[in-house]
Design a protein around this ligand. Structure first.
Ligand SMILES: Nc1ncnc2c1ncn2[C@@H]1O[C@H](COP(=O)(O)OP(=O)(O)OP(=O)(O)O)[C@@H](O)[C@H]1O
Ligand SMILES: [Mg+2]
Length: 612
């Protein structure tokens, strides 16, 4: 499943989005509701201020006393008293509003983080379940963008926008109310004209989705660029690829610029148009309002309140408008996030999968065919029978399919046809967990996690006892390494174990495989990269790991191959020869004999030389 190809097709299906988002929002509904509630007075302030202008103008500035009747009693408030009460009231309300604003900020941040986190956690849980092929197909950058940035831009912003919608809606509502109180005729004119100003918003919905999807891909590429520069920094320096990396990065930055500017081009004319329409509205209101005052239908105070409201109305209306644009962006991100939940790994336990114990009799490959990509076969009809306790060495040309073959046993990939049997049971009928518990692997390129050496070894078996750990360290010949390190076993390794040498890293990986104490061992030897001395140490460590185990070893060293019970020669995906060293070496014009003579003669000479 290529993540680039899933592009939020559901971004306009709002009810679908809401249905999928609801489980994440549900636990926090009460707090969200509370947040919305306190956002109301935050929005109302504008209206209150504008409303206060009317009595201020009509009574304080016009020097009239306010006379009204309360429960039949006439009440008089002098204009001097009003001059003190009105500003004081406005201040009081502003303080109250400040408090509510604080509460609102706290609640929206709290809920939005919680929702984002729960989405991220669920997404990560999905991600770690993915097949090897999923990681083959998707770059680290795209995965980061889709699994980390999208939930942020979706959930976090969603609650923020909700807050601004409520604040603006109540702000706008209160202002419109003040306008209606001041003069309903004028209000109708003003609101109609302003309303028209926001119509163009609906037109750019599609463009927003398109831009967001393109932006996601470019953002992913940029992250991948960073990752590759980081992981490949030595290759980059050695081959002077700085310029190349820089250009690739600049390309993406330019692309991202083009994408965002194309949206600006489409969207930015809306603001001036909105302003123009709004100013027409204000002009109409000014003219019509003056007429109303002249014929005595409106006081100057009402008019001042009205015009202030109308001017203040622009801000919440504009916020509402841009919130709609932002919401569309958010829906696109949500659409992409929910698509991720629907990507299911293909390699999962069958409904009736059984748990197995340790290997008791044999592993069998029966007519195994495999391909990574359609119609490009990598393995053809492989048949192998390996008894418990045997060691099988896989040799053959580079790219022939040796690593692929051993990757099928722990089901990193599933066979295309044929089957692999564990004590006679197809491995697809066995639970992944119990199958993988039987296998420990030392890869060609061993990955160590950030953490201490101890933690890295214990990852092989978190329940390993101190004794098992000590034994593994001894057998992997790690003692001498650990003794030289400042914090010994608890020395922190750099990311991916970069602070260790290649041979040391490999021995940590061997110790990790050792504490697992599983009956089957898979070794993808990479000792060709090591010098003679470390090769000898690593070899000893490997020998210790292989002892009393059923072993698949992709072997480059003569000693391993000679000592193997069986040797399988795999060339171009075909099993071309199978037998012991002595059997195969006697086949005239045989592949193994040829390989042996080409590849191992030198090594044999060297080994003899070093013994002599
Ligand atoms: N993840 C992958 N996606 C697509 N093709 C792949 C993948 N991994 C390997 N291949 C292809 O499958 C073929 C077999 O690769 P494999 O790694 O099994 O070879 P190998 O025998 O282990 O080689 P080497 O001795 O160089 O390690 C190669 O042609 C390779 O290009
Ligand atoms: Mg390989």
């Amino acid at each position: 499943m290529k993540l680039q190809n899933t592009q939020a097709e559901n971004a306009f299906r709002y009810s679908w989005l809401l249905k999928r988002a609801f489980p994440f929002i549900k636990p926090f509904l009460f707090r969200i509701f509370l947040g919305v509630l306190v956002a109301i007075p935050v929005g109302l302030l504008d209206g209150v201020t504008a409303f206060a202008l009317k009595p201020y103008m009509d009574y304080v500035i016009g020097k009239h006393d306010l006379i009204f009747s309360l429960f039949g009693h006439p009440i008089t408030i002098s204009c001097g008293t009003l001059a003190a009460i009105i500003p004081f009231g406005v201040i009081l309300f502003a303080v109250f509003q400040g408090l509510m604003r604080y509460l609102n900020d706290y609640l929206t941040d709290w809920t939005s983080q919680k929702i984002t986190n729960s989405i991220k956690m669920k997404l990560f849980a999905c991600l770690v379940q993915m097949d090897s092929s999923f990681f083959d197909e998707n770059s680290s950058g795209i995965i980061l963008t889709r699994y980390l940035s999208d939930p942020d831009s979706a959930a976090k912003n969603f609650i923020q926008q909700l807050k601004s919608i409520v604040t603006s809606a109540f702000g706008a509502g209160s202002l419109i109310a003040v306008m209606l109180i001041s003069s309903w005729k004028l209000a109708v004119v003003g609101v109609l004209v302003l309303g028209c100003a926001f119509l163009p918003m609906a037109l750019i919905r599609k463009k927003i989705k398109e831009t967001s999807n393109k932006g996601m891909i470019v953002g992913g590429n940029i992250t991948t660029n960073f990752n590759e520069t980081y992981s490949g920094n030595k290759v980059m320096t050695a081959y002077s690829l700085q310029e190349h990396q820089k250009n690739a990065f600049n390309d993406q930055i330019h692309k991202s610029f083009d994408i965002s500017i194309s949206l600006t081009k489409r969207a930015a004319w809306m603001s001036p148009i909105m302003y123009s329409i709004a100013s027409i509205g204000i002009a109409c209101v000014l003219y019509y309002g003056t007429q109303l005052i002249l014929v005595g239908e409106m006081t100057a105070g009402s008019f001042a309140s009205f015009v202030t409201s109308l001017l203040l109305l622009y801000k919440p209306m504009k916020t509402l408008g841009s919130t709609l644009t932002n919401l569309q962006n958010i829906f696109v991100s949500f659409g992409r996030v929910f698509e991720l939940f629907d990507i299911k790994p293909e390699i999962i336990d069958r409904p009736n999968a059984i748990n197995i114990k340790n290997l008791t009799s044999s592993i069998d490959f029966e007519n195994v065919c495999f391909e990574y990509e359609e119609d490009r076969p990598v393995l053809n009809n492989i048949n192998l029978h390996i008894n418990k306790g045997e060691t099988i060495a896989l040799v053959g040309n580079s790219g022939g399919g040796k690593s692929t073959l051993v990757n099928l046993l722990p089901r990193f990939y599933d066979v295309k046809s044929g089957s692999i049997k564990f004590d006679g049971t197809d491995i697809r009928d066995i639970t992944l967990e119990s199958l993988r518990e039987n296998i420990s692997i030392v890869f060609q390129d061993n990955f160590l996690f950030t953490g201490t050496i101890r933690e890295n070894i214990m990852l092989g078996n978190p329940e390993a006892t101190d004794e098992m750990l000590d034994n593994a360290i001894k057998s992997a010949h790690l003692e001498e390494v650990i003794d030289t390190l400042p914090d010994g076993l608890d020395t922190l390794l750099g990311e991916r174990g970069t602070s260790l040498s290649g041979g040391q890293r490999q021995r940590v990986a061997i110790a990790r495989a050792m504490v697992r104490q599983s009956p089957i061992v898979i070794l993808d030897e990479a000792t060709s990269a090591l010098d003679n001395k470390s090769e000898a140490v690593v070899q000893k460590a490997l020998d210790a790991l292989m002892k009393n185990k059923t072993v698949f070893v992709i072997a480059h060293r003569l000693s391993t191959i000679r000592n193997a019970d069986k040797i399988a020669v795999i060339n171009e995906g075909n099993l071309v020869e199978l037998g012991s060293h002595d059997e195969l070496i006697n086949i005239q014009n045989g592949q193994y004999k040829m390989l042996y003579e080409m590849q191992f003669r030198k090594a044999a000479d060297k080994e003899v030389g070093s013994i002599a």
